[in-house]
Design a protein around this ligand. Structure first.
Ligand SMILES: Cc1cc2nc3c(=O)[nH]c(=O)nc-3n(C[C@H](O)[C@H](O)[C@H](O)COP(=O)(O)O)c2cc1C
Length: 731
């Protein structure tokens, strides 16, 4: 809970100030580069730190007819203003040892002036300065709340720089840069805030005036300037500016503006006539300017520039993470009180909620009354029969922030009837206590009188969809539901889409609603038969997946046109030659193992990946295809025709068709059963069985295979499943 408060604070502050921070970072990078660039022409003298005014002032006076002022800038370059021997006005950098001009003083370019003005005040004068000042302070708060989040995440200040487990590129980037750039960002934000406050004199101004000086009527004797004690004691490095006396009038003085004080010095004997010390606010302002602009030190200027770049990274990675978190929201079609299945979710960053939502949506489609909520909202749901708990682990074996109250609440509640439960732990083996919190949840449930565990504790490492599908399969078996066991169904984050061209498409008939569509990716991409093509029809963000057969390097899909099918209608209405966007989803668990004999079992459109696998079988592995259709329609005849060609090329060893409405009047399960001996020996010799098509067919085939295993091998089907010899992609 506390974590959430800091996270909300961090996020809200970032949202409020992001546009300003974006502008301030980009202009800050430019100004940092300028600050480094300014130091490149070297007008700084070697002995800058040692040389005193008793050397510099006579040297300068020697070179010019008249000297008005001498300034020393933050680059330690000395500029003189005055008149040359010809009485011409002159302004330039000098060598402080000789007083000679060594370079022309240059004004800042218009571009840099423009950027500076945007950075400081958004061209809005005082109003702009206030806005920028507020944002500098917000940056300070963001950095502070971010530090607290890193400390909480790393479990203590002492572990601040401990290894960051890999939780995705964005999170890694955010935490990594956060730890290294925290200090410069705090300095940038505090100095920026101070400069604004000081500009509006919010710290008061206790600047003194010089005291009244009484001058003699007659000018005293002129001593040698290099003998002035005052000038001998002041180094050039202490000076900001020297204003020279205009004439040899007795009231004309040297005004020495040093870093910490201002002196009025007698031009005849060097005595100090008045001295005022600058107030602390002025000293702090100079320090803030040095720290905020990097003007005094090029290494610091480079650090400031890199820190500004890091702020851009923060904005990008922070918003990407938050978007992912928010994307997986809780939405319910049924109320808590009317629902029979309750899904409780413990999730910090939203990925577990993504898995839970995928299950909820499917169960609702199958007509179940399901309610999904966070674990902290657990209660004695009046109509609940089943409690599915999906939880991640955070900290070091701790609860995610929306599950922190669960232990207390579950200890207090009673359903007064038996409730079926199943716990799935989401975690990462990068952490010492893998799924530690989920394990605790499982043990708390075991202590409840009402608990009836229906599936043993399952874990999912690193958001692995394949591991999650194992739980889905167990759930399907126990509950009799037909939730999708296609891993890609649970992939949470759609990646960048690619363009595909429609190369050819067959037409459907009254007899046959299946059609074949061939596609070519616009750019070269890697894919293979058994992968999936995800399409997004109707711009509604809905995803539809189709099994790919790679035939002659192109994507071949076999699709059944459903009357109100979103995906099948979308693909069917695409013209040959037109383009559309989709993405390939790698489906490693349904790739043809490239050294084994294989039995391929399909019904209907499930033939698609197998046609591709056979086409690609350049190693001439012995492949046996069993496929079921209703009737021998023209499209099925075309499949048969190409299979006969593959037979001649030895790309397939044999194939059998089952027709449920004509011919041999049987289902594919039956032709599988007929070949029990062959299947048993293939499995015992390490071969694989791949199944693609409807879930109903899958269930029947699995029963048939179970029987074959028991009767004809020394093992049950689970043995071959565990060996990775039974692969499926059914829907
Ligand atoms: C700060 C932090 C601490 C974590 N601690 C653990 C842990 O102790 N044990 C574990 O198995 N996984 C740990 N994880 C991994 C997460 O549980 C895992 O990535 C999970 O899939 C995240 O789910 P969520 O996005 O729903 O929060 C941690 C992750 C983070 C970011």
């Amino acid at each position: 809970m506390t974590l959430s408060i800091w996270r909300y604070a961090h996020f809200t502050l970032a949202v409020v100030s992001s546009l300003f921070l974006l502008m301030a970072s980009i202009t800050g990078i430019i100004l940092a580069i300028d600050a480094v660039g300014q130091k490149l022409p070297q007008y700084r003298v070697e002995n800058f730190e040692e040389i005193t005014l008793s050397k510099v002032i006579p040297a300068v006076k020697n070179q010019f007819l008249e000297v008005n002022e001498l300034t020393v800038d933050h680059n330690q370059f000395v500029t003189v203003k005055g008149l040359d021997e010809n009485g011409e006005e002159i302004e330039g950098y000098i060598d402080a040892n000789s007083g000679k001009i060594i370079g022309k003083s240059e004004k800042k370019s218009e571009f840099i002036q423009w950027v500076t003005s945007l950075h400081r005040s958004l061209f809005l004068h005082d109003t702009g300065r206030i806005i920028i000042g507020i944002n500098a302070f917000l940056l300070f708060l963001i950095a502070t709340s971010g530090t607290i989040l890193v400390i909480q995440r790393q479990k203590g200040i002492l572990r601040f720089f401990a290894k960051i487990p890999n939780e995705g590129w964005n999170q890694f980037l955010h935490v990594f840069t956060g730890r290294w750039f925290l200090l410069p960002i705090l300095i940038i934000s505090l100095s920026g805030t101070y400069l604004t406050l000081n500009r509006f004199k919010l710290f008061g101004e206790d600047k003194q005036d010089h005291k009244e000086i009484s001058f003699p009527d007659k000018a005293p004797e002129q001593f040698e300037i290099n003998a002035f004690k005052t000038f001998q004691n002041i180094k050039l490095s202490e000076v900001q500016k020297i204003e020279f006396p205009f004439t040899d009038d007795v009231e004309e003085l040297y005004t020495l503006k040093l870093h910490d004080r201002e002196l009025l010095v007698n031009q005849f004997n060097g005595s100090i006539l008045s001295e005022i010390k600058y107030p602390k606010t002025v000293l702090l302002e100079a320090l803030s300017l040095d720290l905020h602009t990097g003007r005094a030190n090029s290494i610091w200027a480079i650090i400031l520039g890199i820190s500004s770049i890091s702020i851009l990274f923060f904005i990008y990675s922070g918003f990407t993470m938050s978007w992912r978190r928010m994307k997986n929201k809780i939405k319910n079609q049924f109320s808590a009180d009317e629902s029979n299945i309750i899904i409780l979710v413990g999730s910090e960053n939203g990925s577990t909620l993504g898995f839970a939502n995928a299950i909820k949506n499917q169960l609702v489609k199958f007509g179940k009354k399901v309610f999904i909520t966070e674990m902290n909202a657990v209660k004695a749901f009046p109509n609940a029969d089943q409690l599915l708990i999906f939880t991640s682990t955070h900290g070091l074996g701790d609860a995610p922030s929306n599950a922190t109250q669960f232990e207390k609440l579950i200890g207090e509640l009673n359903f007064f009837k038996s409730i079926q439960t199943s716990v799935v732990g989401f975690g990462s083996t990068n952490y010492p206590d893998f799924c530690g919190y989920a394990k605790k949840v499982e043990s708390w449930l075991q202590n409840q009188t009402w608990n009836q565990t229906i599936i043993g504790f399952h874990t999912v490492n690193d958001k692995s969809v394949n591991e999650f599908v194992e739980w889905v399969k167990s759930y399907n078996q126990i509950s009799g539901t037909e939730l999708s066991t296609t891993p890609a169904q649970y992939v949470n984050q759609p990646k960048a889409l690619q363009k595909f061209e429609v190369i050819s498409k067959t037409v459907v008939s009254e007899d046959c609603q299946n059609y074949v569509v061939t596609l070519k990716p616009s750019k070269k991409i890697k894919f293979q038969s058994g992968d999936l093509l995800a399409i997004y029809p109707g711009n509604e963000g809905k995803e539809r997946l189709y099994s790919i057969g790679k035939v002659d390097g192109k994507i071949q899909l076999v699709v059944k046109l459903h009357e109100s099918g979103l995906g099948s209608n979308y693909l069917y209405q695409l013209e040959v030659g037109s383009h559309f966007e989709a993405r390939i989803v790698e489906n490693k668990s349904f790739h043809l193992p490239n050294k084994n004999e294989a039995i391929l079992i399909a019904n209907g459109t499930g033939i698609a990946p197998f046609l591709g696998m056979i086409n690609e079988n350049s190693k001439l592995l012995p492949l046996h295809l069993y496929v079921g259709f209703r009737k021998e329609t023209p499209i099925v005849k075309a499949f048969k025709y190409s299979l006969q060609t593959y037979l001649l090329n030895k790309k397939i060893h044999d194939f059998q068709f089952a027709f449920s409405r004509e011919g041999n009047h049987c289902y594919v399960t039956q032709i599988v059963q007929n070949d029990a001996e062959k299947i048993a020996s293939l499995l015992q010799n390490g071969g694989v069985v791949m199944i693609c098509g409807s879930l109903a067919m899958y269930k029947d085939v699995i029963v048939a295979l179970e029987q074959i295993c028991i009767e004809k091998t020394n093992y049950n089907l689970a043995h071959f499943q565990a060996n990775g010899q039974i692969l499926s992609d059914c829907y």
